[in-house]
Design a protein around this ligand. Structure first.
Ligand code: NAD
Ligand code: TDX
Length: 360
């Protein structure tokens, strides 16, 4: 690997109480013991301080409850902590919710990102003209590229063609990030990543949803015929990739993250449920009968697949989880954390599930 370009010293993490942000904090809090790490999170339904239990008392970590759209709060935090590094996860992240409430996505994902950029830019221009001393790492998704047919991959050259309100809001955020780099020279790095899975994922996303419904022997809703394809990546591999980009990434660059974990939803569920049956001592494959085909998601993107060669060859990142072993450790994590599951599956979760699926 090449020499370190950026040393993260005073780090603002947004959305660190969510799924990926929490996994990222679990990695960086011990990795950078001399850094100051501030986690700003609004604690929406997806944000959960239980995700951070293991690091909450670390000397180099502090939690702030607040909204990235709150300019005065973000300014106050920049003044107080003199951030050199921003890692921006905070967002509304679920495609199905974006279909019902698109404006919430515009607010947090577009206005929130623009607000954060504005404060970061003002601060950076005033105090830190040295490019290497500041990094704004924007965490985005492959969904901004739209849908693939049965062949091909997304690369950094793929034009944007978002199709869901979620993807459109993330694309809007990405454009703002690049506009701040072009217009003001803000040192940004953009990451577009494929579907993540692993510990602490909220059980509205396919993998944890299937686990919790299989545990209670409820029907597992599969949109259309389950033929849509996603490129699955273990969240810890994603977090390693982000740390790599933070330290070694070139400013102004975009890196795509994925680990060739392509799988149709039906194939994925068969593997996942077979593992779950093994772990629970149920007859192998007996949970497959829970798979229930339901009406398709409107505008459902057919296939995503990532060409991560730039990240691999230029920054030396390599994923360390295969899909099958990653799914097994994920199943074990959910089975070992029933109180976490019970806490997140509260009344608002049950109301949301009822509104989503007639099978619920
Ligand atoms: P998540 O929904 O689990 O967590 C989002 C977090 O952001 C929550 O803690 C929430 O409270 C917080 N948040 C939301 N709006 C906020 C606001 N206005 N101010 C402050 N905090 C706010 O999401 P995730 O799956 O961890 O995704 C994190 C980021 O990674 C998102 O930007 C998402 O678009 C991106 N991403 C996710 C995936 C995936 O597979 N989950 C893949 C690629 C990229
Ligand atoms: O109940 C379901 N049944 C079903 O068939 C759900 C929730 C999903 N699906 C399908 C839709 C997708 O083809 O499974 C696939 C995965 O769905 P999600 O887990 O909702 O993820 P997806 O829509 O692909 O988006 C995810 O990956 C990219 C994250 O939610 C985004 O935040 C990320 O940017």
């Amino acid at each position: 690997m090449s020499t370190i370009l950026h040393q993260p010293l005073r780090i603002l993490v947004t959305g660190g109480a969510g799924f990926i942000g929490a996994n990222f904090l679990h990695q960086i809090v011990p990795k950078f013991p001399d850094a100051v790490i501030v986690n700003l999170d609004k604690l929406t339904y997806a944000g959960n301080l239980q995700n951070l239990h293991a690091i909450e008392n670390a000397r180099n970590y502090r939690f702030v409850h607040g909204d990235i759209c709150d300019l005065a709060l973000v300014q106050k935090l920049f003044t107080e902590h003199q951030f050199t590094t921003v890692v921006h996860f905070a967002a509304e992240s679920h495609v199905d919710r974006s279909i019902h409430s698109p404006i919430d996505f515009v607010r947090s994902n577009v206005v929130g990102t623009a607000s954060l950029l504005q404060v970061a830019k003002d601060f950076w221009m005033r105090f830190s003209s040295d490019m290497q001393k500041f990094r704004f790492l924007h965490v985005s998704t492959d969904e901004v590229f739209g849908a693939l047919g049965s062949s091909g991959t997304f690369s950094t050259e793929t034009p944007y063609a978002p199709r869901s309100p979620y993807a459109a809001s993330k694309a809007g955020a990405d454009h703002f990030v690049r506009a701040y780099a072009e217009t003001y020279g803000l040192p940004v790095v953009v990451s577009n990543c494929s579907n993540n899975y692993g510990p602490y994922q909220f059980p509205e996303k396919l993998i944890p949803l299937a686990i919790v419904r299989a545990l209670s022997r409820d029907p597992i809703p599969v949109y259309s015929k389950g033929e849509n394809v996603r490129d699955w990546l273990h969240v810890r591999d994603h977090c390693e990739a982000l740390t790599c980009m933070l330290q070694y990434g070139l400013t102004g660059e975009t890196y795509l993250v994925g680990s060739a974990g392509e799988c149709s939803n039906l194939e994925l569920l068969r593997v996942l449920l077979t593992i779950l049956d093994e772990e629970l001592g149920r007859p192998s494959g007996s949970s497959w009968e829970l798979i229930t085909f339901v009406k398709d998601r409107p505008g459902h993107d057919f296939r995503y697949a990532i060409d991560a060669s730039k990240l691999i060859t230029e920054l030396g990142w390599t994923p360390s989880h295969t899909l099958e072993e990653g799914l097994r450790t994920t199943v074990r994590w959910y089975l070992s954390n029933p109180s976490w599951l019970q806490a997140v599956m509260d009344e608002s979760y049950r109301t949301y599930m009822k509104s989503q699926y007639s099978t619920g």
